[in-house]
Design a protein around this ligand. Structure first.
Ligand SMILES: [Fe+2]
Ligand SMILES: [Fe+2]
Length: 290
């Protein structure tokens, strides 16, 4: 990876720590209701795990770790403004970029190559393939960091994070699918989503998800992408980790599929998901001794 100035990265790391801590304290101060505090704290937990995974897969590369710590910084102003993580109203990518610009105006951050690379990762993580660029707006260095962040983001969201927040989002209609479509059965899977899912292909959540069943399969596709990617061993390991009261993440998905997917599709969907897991491992852990 490109050589970056360590002292610049150190300052950005410190800025991120202070900024995140401010929200962590706000969550624990009792001024927010329980749902808000829980949603924000699970986002903070996602950010922290992302930093850890970024460190693990890059051999503790400082740029990757600081970019991971800042990649979702726009989630905080998004929550302040909208009271939820509503990318359908204002993307957290843009709010992250807006926050960085305001911090520069306020002299809390100063422009640098390092900040420039990170703000491109903030702006484009997880969506480079859905933006019909005429030419890539990213520098080569920023594209490299953005790709790492997108991979690590999917690793955490798909293999661990989603299991901690999806059920709450379904219950509280956080994505407003039900509000937008009160008569629609939220366990129905859109045919196109099921096709993407069966192929283990990532799709655009913003345009394709209409129900919580779709959204649940989107999370599973992030895990499948990781199981097909260059860090498939890390993905399988994360999916075997106990989390959020589940024996492991795979069992968590199984429970959520049975609970929230159309009953005629739930087990078929789990079998598809499980087959990607077996493929990544190279053997079926339920029938083979390790
Ligand atoms: Fe994000
Ligand atoms: Fe993220």
């Amino acid at each position: 990876m490109h050589e970056y100035d360590m002292s610049e990265l150190e300052q950005l790391d410190q800025f991120a720590d202070e900024y995140i801590k401010m929200y962590e304290e706000k969550c624990k101060s009792g001024t927010m209701n329980d749902v808000e505090a829980h949603e924000l704290l699970s986002k903070i937990a996602h950010i922290k795990r992302t930093v850890q995974i970024a460190g693990y897969v890059t051999n503790h590369n400082k740029m990757a770790m600081v970019a991971a710590k800042l990649h979702d910084i726009g989630r905080f102003p998004q929550y302040d403004i909208l009271g939820g993580f509503r990318d359908d109203l204002i993307l957290h990518h843009n709010l992250g970029e807006d926050l960085i610009t305001r911090m520069i105006f306020q002299k809390k951050l100063h422009p640098s190559t390092e900040l420039d690379t990170i703000r491109q990762a903030i702006m484009y993580h997880g969506r480079t393939q859905f933006i019909p660029f005429r030419e890539s707006p990213l520098t080569k260095e920023a594209l490299e960091v953005t790709d790492i962040i997108s991979e690590v983001d999917d690793l955490d969201n798909g293999c661990i994070g989603a299991l901690g927040y999806i059920e709450g989002e379904i219950i509280h209609d956080s994505k407003k699918y039900q509000e937008k479509n009160p008569t629609l059965d939220m366990s129905l899977i859109s045919p196109r989503v099921f096709e993407y899912f069966s192929r283990g292909e990532k799709f655009n959540k913003m345009t394709e998800c209409h129900t919580y069943a779709d959204y649940l399969l989107f999370a599973a596709v992030l895990a499948i992408q990781s199981l097909k990617g260059k860090h498939k061993d890390v993905a399988a390991q994360l999916l075997e980790t106990p989390c959020f009261g589940y024996e492991n993440a795979m069992a968590g998905y199984r429970d959520l599929f049975i609970k929230y997917l159309d009953p005629s599709k739930a087990l078929e969907a789990y079998d598809i998901f499980y087959s990607f897991y077996v493929e990544a491992k190279g053997y079926d852990p339920t029938t083979h001794a390790k």
